[in-house]
Write a protein that binds this ligand. Structure first.
Ligand code: GAL
Length: 472
């Protein structure tokens, strides 16, 4: 079924294809929203080698609202384990566009909080600043989600801070704290320090929030994991250790806490050729033992783990630095390392993104699993964006389609997307481009509207500066 959301809620398109990064170019303006929550839950992903820059961003969402009569669920445009949603017709108060304020999304007569996720824009926090939380990790605590990630506002791959934001609706994000900075420890203050892909889980016994991350140094040769703890999710974290788990190199990483309270760390090892899976100690601050070496020699990284029904999924990327590539996934009936071979998910470039995290949104009717990806822009890492897409789960099958915008009913856990939010391929011309691959490469900006779904465009990444071009 399709959504009947009024068109005006959907996007404000700019007709001048202002290309900033990524493929599927149409830009809109950003925004976000706000909403609901419960006890700590989560999952994660990790890093690798070379240089970069950054952004702030935020994300996403505009919010819409729902609530009105008729809002609610309607059917589905492919949904995950379940239902689909849609905001209802009566659209009334639906806000369009940009940056919703902190309390943006209203609840309507159904009481549901429905937000709109808008991909392709910079995402702003509730103060109007770009959200700086790349290589994301999320954890839900009581009624709020907390998003931790890399601050790349200094437009460099080097460490500035890990920031933490809070939202009750996955849309309106309040900046809470730089939970580690260069002042947190002497080690972190090293000039060439690189910190990526922080993930946080909560330990019910020690009552500590435990953060694991990719700890590195110049040219990513240090290749370690770092561990930090805090009494509060958004507090100042204390450094516990940085090390090579089981003597292995460790780059892109994720953390996963299972329903039975056991926690796992997964990271790229053997110079990114393998992914190594570890069971953590009871307090989650160390590795108890290595459980498996996954897809040895396949050069997979950027892992994220989720559990849907009784199936564990690992989504990951190939190791191509900041450039996007085919995301893949595998499944297992247990976290014992018996994962399947890898299958493709999303298009050949992950819609110009790299996996960072999977957010389970557990609602009153169903659970939606959100793929949280980074659309890196290199050079100019500061202009990287966040792309969030709903995953469609069916047994051990995972599908990820592209949506410029889609709606999430945070209350019920359902999602929907209009089937008409594609931009016409007709009559576009390139007015300007901020960055694209060189003429010798394939990803030119005009590919964004050539009507061929097998082509893609991508920002230039080899040269020191983006090429500039005006008019064509
Ligand atoms: C990627 C990795 C990123 C970052 C980048 C640096 O492969 O996933 O987190 O490390 O390399 O080039």
């Amino acid at each position: 079924m399709r959504s009947t959301i009024p068109r005006h809620v959907i996007v404000s398109l700019s007709l001048s294809l202002a290309v900033g990064c990524g493929q599927n170019a149409a830009t809109t303006d950003g925004s976000h929203a706000s909403a609901a929550g419960s006890a700590p839950s989560q999952s994660g992903a990790g890093g690798s080698s070379r240089a970069g820059a950054s952004t702030n961003g935020n994300g996403t969402t505009a919010m819409s609202t729902s609530g009105m009569p008729g809002a609610g669920v309607a059917g589905a445009t492919g949904t995950t384990g379940g239902a689909a949603t849609s905001a209802g017709p009566a659209g009334a108060g639906a806000t369009s566009g940009s940056s919703a304020g902190p309390t943006g999304a209203d609840a309507g007569s159904t009481g549901d909080v429905i937000v709109t996720i808008k991909n392709g824009d910079f995402w702003l926090d509730t103060d109007g600043n770009r959200i700086e939380a790349h290589g994301a990790g999320l954890i839900k605590v009581d009624d709020a989600w907390y998003w931790v990630g890399e601050d790349k506002s200094q437009n460099s791959a080097n460490f500035k801070a890990v920031n933490c934001y809070r939202s009750t609706d996955l849309s309106h994000w309040e900046f809470r704290n730089a939970i580690i900075t260069r002042q947190t420890s002497t080690d972190l203050n090293a000039a060439d320090r690189i910190i990526e892909r922080p993930k946080v889980v909560y330990n019910d016994s020690t009552k500590k929030y435990v953060m694991w991350l990719h700890w590195d140094g110049q040219n990513y040769v240090t290749a370690e994991a770092g561990v930090f703890t805090s009494d509060t999710v958004d507090g100042n974290y204390t450094q516990i250790r940085h090390f090579q788990p089981n003597g292995n190199m460790s780059r892109d990483d994720t953390l996963f806490k299972d329903d039975d309270g056991k926690a796992y760390f997964l990271s790229a090892s053997n110079n990114n050729a393998d992914l190594s899976l570890y069971a953590l100690t009871d307090d989650y601050t160390d590795v108890q033992k290595q459980i498996a070496t996954l897809w040895a020699g396949s050069y997979r990284e950027a892992p994220a783990i989720m559990k849907a029904g009784s199936t564990y999924f690992i989504v990951n990327s190939a190791a191509t630095n900041w450039d996007p590539n085919q995301q893949k996934y595998a499944t297992s009936a247990a976290m014992d390392g018996s994962f399947s071979s890898l299958s493709n998910v999303g298009d050949g470039t992950g819609y110009d993104t790299q996996t960072a995290f999977i957010i389970p949104v557990v609602g009153t009717k169903t659970t939606t699993y959100i793929y949280a990806g980074d659309r890196w822009q290199d050079p100019d890492l500061v202009s990287s964006k966040y792309i969030w897409l709903p995953l469609k789960v069916s047994g051990t099958k995972l599908v990820m389609d592209w949506y410029d915008t889609w709606q999430l009913d945070v209350t019920t856990g359902e999602w929907s997307a209009p089937n008409d939010n594609f931009i016409s391929q007709q009559a576009w011309s390139l007015v300007s481009v901020d960055s694209e691959e060189t003429q010798a490469e394939d990803g030119h900006a005009t590919n964004a509207f050539d009507g061929d779904t097998s082509t893609y465009w991508h920002t230039e990444w080899k040269a020191a500066q983006p090429r500039r071009r005006t008019r064509s």
